[in-house]
Design a binder for this molecule. Structure first.
Ligand SMILES: Nc1ncnc2c1ncn2[C@@H]1O[C@H](COP(=O)(O)OP(=O)(O)OP(=O)(O)O)[C@@H](O)[C@H]1O
Ligand SMILES: [Mg+2]
Length: 222
């Protein structure tokens, strides 16, 4: 939990840092300035909420309860959030299929899992030999909902292919902690699903995050 929160706080801090840098520029208008300030405030609120989660955890309380919500809203929020990150700011992130399925979710954790996958995809696509592209699909089967994230980056480095989901496994990034995929999978598992690497080659990579459509049994048994 402490790792998860520190990891997400680093992302919020990157957004604050980038916006603060923008604010220094003399050529920005009042409305852009107001937007940048708003984004800083939102990032601070988000960090405060995460610290609250940590305190909750430390005092022995359970994870957030799962709430019945439309998953597409979470996907849209994760895309908007990754756009604040310097590596996502200029990236073309397109949404293909966007199922309106609902499920019992912890929206904040799920958003953070999808955010981590999207950020990895943006960072990989930035190294593409073509125009960088990230695509997201939200689809549903009989029992599961799938968030599929595609990028046209150079693929998973061979050195980390087998250990990708282990903590602290990172490659090719100056400040990677190697926790993004570990946490994303853990969060998906808490929703009765998982995160899987579907495909990866020199032309691109596809990850799928799945979650159970019906109320996850662990929660019901409480
Ligand atoms: N879409 C992708 N394309 C290519 N390589 C990827 C992709 N996603 C993950 N990887 C590789 O897997 C490694 C582990 O990813 P993970 O998200 O767990 O950690 P990280 O991105 O290095 O650090 P962080 O903790 O900041 O997320 C990455 O360092 C990268 O080498
Ligand atoms: Mg990552």
């Amino acid at each position: 939990m402490a790792c998860s929160i520190s990891h997400d706080m680093r992302h919020s801090l990157s957004a604050i840092y980038a916006n603060a840098e923008f604010l220094e520029r003399p050529d920005i208008g009042a409305s852009v300035r107001a937007d940048l300030l708003l984004e800083i405030q939102e990032a601070v609120v988000e960090m405060t909420e995460r610290i609250d989660t940590l305190l909750q955890f430390a005092s022995g309380r359970r994870k957030n309860p799962l709430v019945h919500e439309r998953v597409s809203l979470v996907v849209e929020k994760a895309i908007a959030a990754v756009k604040f990150h310097p590596d996502g700011r200029k990236m073309s992130i397109t949404v293909g299929k966007l199922s309106q399925a609902e499920a019992y979710i912890d929206a904040r954790s799920l958003e953070s899992a999808i955010y981590n996958l999207l950020l990895n995809a943006c960072q990989a696509a930035a190294r593409s030999t073509h125009v960088p592209e990230v695509k997201v699909d939200l689809t549903e089967g009989d029992e599961r909902i799938y968030v599929t994230i595609l990028d046209n980056g150079p693929g998973i480095p061979v050195t980390v292919q087998r250990t990708l989901f282990d903590p602290y496994v990172t490659s090719g990034k100056s400040n990677g902690t190697g926790l993004g995929l570990t946490l994303a999978r853990q969060i998906a598992e808490e929703h009765g699903g998982s995160v899987c690497l579907e495909e990866s080659n020199r032309e691109g990579t596809v990850f799928t995050l799945s979650l159970a459509k019906s109320r996850f049994l662990d929660e019901v048994s409480e």
